[in-house]
Ligand binder design. Structure first.
Ligand SMILES: *Cc1c(COP(=O)(O)O)cnc(C)c1O
Length: 393
């Protein structure tokens, strides 16, 4: 091979576990719980971690390592670890790194289960948190306490598409020696690489765009080598590693992620532009729209607007329900990041357990519909959304 520096997308696509004696082109699936040793000395060396190699699939597996390496290539991360689900990635990225008495500053527009971890789980282990507003970076510093160890955020947020200024977050964390932990699920590493802005840890729900076809659950943590070392120790003994099969599938899926994101983003942007001015809507939220409040920050850190469009129906809850009931082609589901367009009405589903006040604090209105724009032909997506909106008049 020549020494030519490859683009990270090329490097990711060409990256593969070492070929076996069968000279396969596509990587085999290593469905094995353990690995064998050639001698007692090799076994001892691997257990002492003096020789690198697979021992047991709770620690590592070739399919998992390949998937992790591809993510690290895209994120520009030193090392990583893949988990059963996105929530497992979020939880392990906190539990492996913080201890009793530590404090987290978290932006308030975060995934529902992340909120439950902060509110219900971590306090039992003596880890507390303070919320700050995702879109008010000038207020973040005041929330830092002497025992603050981590700044946790998600950008763009689900489903309100609040943007966290990653450059400001990176500078703040550097000045106060905090771990910057970013949930990069919505943007994917194709559109946004938080490590460039100073993130120390990035997490993903691989269930979403990384799988991209709504088949499996998975998660991944990538970041600074010394932090990932701690994550690996914690995970090795607590057991959240992703299965070989899911890692194999996700590694294959990654090869088409750059291509899929291009089309997802094109469809989402086109849909958002066509919906602007629709009589049934108060608002269309999409980072690339001229009307998007945080457009400048979004485009500073994202190469494209992403695949999620949120619309706010004028008729509140009732209009949201009418809209959902009149959808003909798109799927009614709570998932996102699928090749098929999915519509969700957070007020009556994913966020129905929150009070109206709690929802509005997270930027969710009664008439908000989250559209995870898929890969179908754009006119068909638009036509379905438009005809369902017309019924809400
Ligand atoms: C879905 C999601 C998660 C959780 O991922 P799972 O794979 O469902 O556990 C975390 N963060 C964000 C932003 C998500 O959209």
């Amino acid at each position: 091979m020549s020494k030519k520096k490859l683009h990270p997308h090329t490097e990711m696509i060409r990256l593969q576990s070492e070929r076996s004696q069968n000279r396969e082109h596509s990587v085999p699936l290593y469905l094995t719980s353990s690995f064998t040793f050639e001698s007692a000395a090799q076994m001892e060396g691997m257990f002492k971690e003096e020789i690198k190699g697979n021992i047991y699939s709770r620690y590592s597996n070739p399919n998992v390592s390949e998937f992790v390496q591809k993510i690290c290539t895209l994120e520009g991360a030193e090392n990583g670890f893949a988990t059963t689900t996105g929530m497992s990635a979020v939880f392990n990225s906190i539990a492996a790194l913080l201890s009793q008495g530590d404090h987290i500053v978290s932006t308030n527009a975060i995934f529902g289960s992340t909120h439950q971890i902060l509110k219900q789980v971590l306090p039992r282990f003596g880890i507390t948190h303070t919320y700050v507003k995702s879109d008010e970076p000038d207020t973040w510093e005041a929330a830092i306490q002497p025992n603050t160890k981590m700044f946790l955020c998600e950008t763009p947020s689900n489903p309100g598409l609040r943007i966290v200024d990653l450059k400001k977050a990176g500078e703040l964390c550097k000045a106060h020696n905090l771990i910057l932990n970013v949930d990069n699920c919505f943007a994917t590493p194709i559109i946004q690489q938080p490590i460039k802005f100073g993130a120390n840890i990035v997490t993903h729900s691989a269930t979403k765009f990384i799988d991209g076809q709504g088949r499996i659950l998975g998660g991944v943590i990538a970041g600074d080598a010394e932090l990932i070392e701690k994550v690996i120790f914690f995970a090795r003994h607590t057991g959240p590693i992703i299965s070989a099969f899911n890692a194999w599938l996700l590694s294959k899926s990654l090869e088409t992620l750059p291509l899929r994101m291009e089309k997802h983003c094109f469809n989402a942007k086109t849909l958002a532009e066509r919906l602007v001015g629709n009589k049934c809507l108060n608002q269309v939220l999409y980072p690339e729209l001229a009307s998007f409040k945080q457009r400048e920050i979004a485009l500073q850190q994202m190469s494209k607007g992403g695949a999620l469009v949120s619309i706010d129906l004028k008729g509140g809850i009732e209009a949201g329900v009418t809209f959902m009931n009149n959808i003909e082609m798109c799927s009614l589901s709570s998932n996102l990041g699928d090749s098929r367009t999915i519509v969700t009405h957070p007020a009556t589903s994913t966020h129905s357990k929150l009070s109206k006040e709690e929802r509005s604090a997270a930027g969710i209105t009664d008439g908000m519909i989250r559209i995870s724009v898929g890969l179908e032909y754009i006119d068909d997506i638009y036509d379905d959304i438009e005809q369902a909106l017309a019924k809400c008049r």
